[in-house]
Design a protein around this ligand. Structure first.
Ligand code: DQA
Length: 165
């Protein structure tokens, strides 16, 4: 039996880790004209509800510390996750170390940004993650996280659009 099979319960479709980087704990209060009024707790609650309905075990983790995010990814190597959703916040544009930790986790991942980073300052237009992501969702606000989860549910159910298989 694989380690994953041991960790997953028989009625579970899969296990997903959602990581949020620095300043995202302030969603709803921080620059609402850019990031909206939805809080991170609202997002986590909506994700958890949708995951429960789909038979996904979902864990969310936010930190303002690069090292804590890296440590969480190291631990995730042995926790049977199937997919990662990550909004690295400002580390998107600066952190080789967090990129390395994502790659070390060996998890397929979707990169999410609430704002459209391509329509903002030039320094936000480079990501240390996008070239390794299964896909990126940017500019769709809090909805982006739910769309990422919908994709993962379809992928784990083997129910993908044939063009994307
Ligand atoms: C962000 C975009 C980043 O450029 C910024 O540093 C963030 C949030 C987003 O979700 O739009 O903190 O990742």
């Amino acid at each position: 039996m694989t380690r994953e099979a041991q960790i997953r319960t028989p009625d579970q479709l899969g296990k997903v880790l959602v990581l949020n980087g620095p300043n995202l704990n302030l969603l709803g209060q921080r620059e609402p004209h850019v990031y909206g009024f939805t809080t991170l707790s609202d997002i986590d609650r909506a994700l958890t509800e949708r995951a429960e309905r789909a038979g996904i075990a979902l864990e969310t983790f936010q930190s303002n510390h690069e090292g804590a995010l890296i440590e969480r990814l190291h631990a995730a190597r042995n926790e049977g996750f199937d997919f990662l959703v990550i909004n690295p916040g400002g580390f998107t544009h600066s952190s080789v170390a967090l990129r390395d930790a994502v790659l070390a986790s060996d998890l397929s991942f979707i990169e999410v940004h609430l704002s459209n980073v391509h329509a903002r300052e030039p320094f936000r237009q480079h990501s240390y993650f996008s070239d390794k992501a299964v896909g990126t969702i940017t500019g769709l606000g809090a909805q982006g996280y739910l769309l990422a989860l919908d994709y993962i549910v379809a992928a784990l159910s083997d129910n993908l659009d044939p063009g994307k298989a």
